[in-house]
Design a protein around this ligand. Sequence first.
Ligand code: DUC
Ligand code: ZN
Ligand code: ZN
Length: 461
Amino acid sequence: MEFELVIANGTIGTAADVFQADIAIRSGKIAQIGTGLARYAQRTIDAMGKFVLPGGIDSHVHISQPSGDGIVMADDFESGTRSALYGGNTTIMPFCLQQRGQTMREALKSYHDLAEGQCYTDVSFHLIVSDPTPAVLGQELPALIRDGYTSLKVFMTYEGLRLNDAEILNVMDTARRGGALVMVHCENEDAIRYLIGQHEAAGEIAPKAHATTRPIVVEREATHRAVSLAEVADVPVVIVHVSNGAAIDEIRAARARGRKVFAETCPQYLMLTAEDLGAMDWEGAKFVCSPPPRDKASQEQCWNGIEQNIFDLFSSDHCPFRYNDALGKLNPKGRENFRHVPNGIPGVETRLPILFSEGVLKERISLQRFVALTSTNHATLYGLNQKGSIAVGKDADIAIWDPTSRRTIRHSDLHDGSDYSPYEGLEVSGWPTTVVVGGIVMISEGRLGGPKGAGKYIARA
Ligand code: DUC
Ligand code: ZN
Ligand code: ZN
């Protein structure tokens, strides 16, 4: 009996328990959990005084996604997964965007080609359906769902991406037949366009108008419609990136009617507000994301949602653009009008430390709830059956946390391809200092040790 690696003496946290034990790893899997296992190890990591948690699963990440004329996303699969790894993640779930006129298979091939051999973490794709033709609904999606692409995102906003209600129902119907899960971006595009028209007529074109043209009512109405359409089609649904209490109320009401509605929130809705978008000299562009950050009361409502089990998922919605760059936020049109500032902010590396520091160490949530929100629930919901827990037979995807480490978030210390962090200057306690992916020690005491390409593609149940 010999193990390639034993993580000894740590405090193990799962979604259910916190306990002291050694973890023994063989052939990339957790082979045994017990005491006194170090003597059988080829290599031992002493985790005394540390938390040993399932690696983070970030099920909402955008990488190398085409983003419109002259705009380039700041992360490819190499930088995106490296940044994720340094932030304690062992699996990420980026979106594969079908562009209008493209087949889903063509879209998938291009993403697989970009990811092949480049990844530091495991990866699994969701599909964004932007062109639900009869062939896509009737043939492509059913076959892809059978191949393990079991989650589909639809947008209610953005020209070129938004689906109308009939199209959303058709996608939901296909999902129901195949047993896939539909994720919905809930904002009412027509209402946003109306408000943009009003703002432009009044000369309000700076980034802070991004927040006032996408107010809470626009998200609330779309959330109500999404859960209602899911009820009509009789499918479960995931409401992604929820930003405020009114949208939470819609989710709560749908659940009270017996609907299966899952919900996600993100660090930006706990830590940022619309005031950040009003920063001087177009700096507010750094915080342009959708839905936009709201106010202090909404932050508190999202914290309550985390504490009261409204939210199943805490994801980053990492969607990185460089700020001071003609291909990014300050592209030639973007520096003239907020409408042309690309939507999205980086955050895959800071997601876990922010929730650990602000949530666990400030005693808003337990360590078990932290693990559920950041790893276990993502695995369960999206069918990553080998992941999301520390249990015999699971993939050895593990993050070892030093709860005493204190850091001030500085973009210069992060590893993504952007040139800023929206959380610059935020002090956090606790950081994942050693990260193991499939039994390979990828980061050891903060230093990258594992090879690019160690991350695998994971097809799902
Ligand atoms: N929706 C996302 O999910 N991510 C970034 C931008 C957006 O609108
Ligand atoms: Zn979205
Ligand atoms: Zn997103």
